[in-house]
Design a protein around this ligand. Structure first.
Ligand SMILES: *Cc1c(COP(=O)(O)O)cnc(C)c1O
Length: 403
């Protein structure tokens, strides 16, 4: 019996959605289908499958059952008509942009997108004769004015990396649609647990599945969801250009997603407690978390998100010199260029999200040199706070760096 996911909570969807069609031999788990090719004795059936008239599989670069189960789960979590997947989040982003943009087109976005996305905007699209307009993140009137001059795509990311700035998706989608633009949102930080951009008016929502969706920092992947006709075009670009998700990665991501809501809720609980703790510390100069009332766009976050997520960032007095001292002192932390994992992960913007930028470029988007991005894991909040407390105490005993 086909399951009905109408009026069902995301927790239930995360566990059950997308899987039943792919279960075989009475198995309760989706198998990893490693077969590259699928054979047909009947030439007519082969032709029908190859021309998409009949459901089935031909070749692993095009489709794969394990990969499709992953796509179906995300599709249901995002409330979309269709989804297609990629080898990485960057492949999801680049393939989506290259599917729709042509020489002479114009794209409007914001300055604070993910580092790789920003490189596409500043390096690759201009080479192809595409005009890129990057607005100050969170400056809604500036974005509206840029969009009003016409554009093919309005590309947003909210919350952003690493200063968790917020953009009003509903308002920007209206501005984009007024000029016939496709509105694309990178939903990696919020996850479908906290935000569904399609319900707020976006045309396409995409994810780096490598982060929160997988949640265990052991598989790379990307996915884009939206209306069937749009996703079909992106799928076609991907099947030919070849940035296909591996079935082993699809399996790990599928398994990870079963606990998505549990993880995201705990990560958020930790983020909130840590953000409040950081605000009380003299050594901390600034804290960025959309759940804090002091956040510039707390109201917009409250309106469009069901929760504020597990990502925050903060700056300590003394900049990078201080970071060098206190960051290695943390016990329950990976210091790495990753986020969204069950382990708490710290990374200075200078060595992670904005490593390609000069200090001046970082300053221009409001990133202090000592800014540290914190991706909260699922550990206990008190343990994480105690860990920060001892690292800050060590830093304060080396006071010369904070003067
Ligand atoms: C990591 C990330 C990406 C890129 O994803 P990969 O899987 O590393 O290619 C894109 N957008 C955001 C917001 C990210 O955090």
């Amino acid at each position: 019996m086909a399951k009905n996911f109408k009026n069902v909570d995301v927790a239930t969807k995360s566990v059950w959605a997308g899987e039943e069609e792919y279960l075989v031999h009475g198995a309760t788990q989706v198998p990893v289908m490693v077969s590259v090719a699928y054979g047909y004795d009947d030439m007519d059936e082969w032709y029908e499958v190859a021309t998409y008239k009949k459901h089935g599989h031909i070749y692993g670069r095009n489709t794969n059952p394990t990969v499709q189960a992953f796509e179906d789960k995300v599709k249901i979590l995002e409330g979309a008509e269709a989804a297609t997947s990629f080898s990485t989040g960057m492949a999801a982003i680049s393939n989506t942009l290259y599917t729709f943009l042509r020489p002479g087109d114009r794209i409007v976005s914001i300055k604070d997108t993910y580092g790789g996305t920003n490189k596409i905007f500043t390096e690759f699209l201009p080479q192809m004769g595409i005009e890129v307009v990057l607005c100050d993140t969170g400056e809604h009137e500036q974005i509206e004015a840029a969009v009003a001059n016409g554009c093919k795509i309005l590309y947003l990311e909210t919350p952003t990396n690493p200063t968790v700035k917020i953009t009003d998706i509903e308002r920007m989608a209206a501005a984009g649609h007024a000029v016939g633009a496709l509105v694309v949102v990178d939903n990696t930080f919020a996850t479908p647990i906290n935000q569904n951009p399609l319900q707020l008016g976006a045309d396409l929502v995409l994810h780096s599945a490598t982060k929160f969706l997988g949640g265990h920092a052991d598989a790379l992947g990307g996915v884009v969801c939206g209306a069937k006709d749009l996703v079909k075009k992106i799928y076609h670009y991907r099947e030919i250009n070849g940035a296909t998700m591996d079935p082993w990665a699809a399996y790990l991501l599928l398994r990870g997603m079963k606990t998505l809501k549990l993880r995201v809720e705990q990560q958020e609980k930790n983020a909130k407690a840590i953000a409040e703790y950081l605000q009380t510390k003299d050594i901390v100069e600034a804290v960025y978390y959309p759940g804090l009332e002091t956040h510039k766009h707390h109201d917009i976050a409250k309106k469009q998100m069901r929760g504020f997520g597990g990502m925050l960032s903060f700056a300590v007095k003394g900049g990078m010199d201080s970071v060098r001292v206190f960051l290695p002192k943390l016990q329950f932390a990976n210091r790495a260029a990753n986020l969204g994992a069950v382990e708490t992960t710290y990374g200075p913007a200078r060595t992670t999200s904005h490593v390609e930028c000069t200090p001046e470029e970082r300053a221009a988007v409001g990133i202090p040199e000592g800014l540290v991005r914190l991706s909260c894991g699922i550990e206990d909040a008190n343990d994480l706070i105690a860990d920060l407390e001892q690292a800050f105490a060590f830093l304060e005993s080396n006071l010369e760096v904070t003067k």
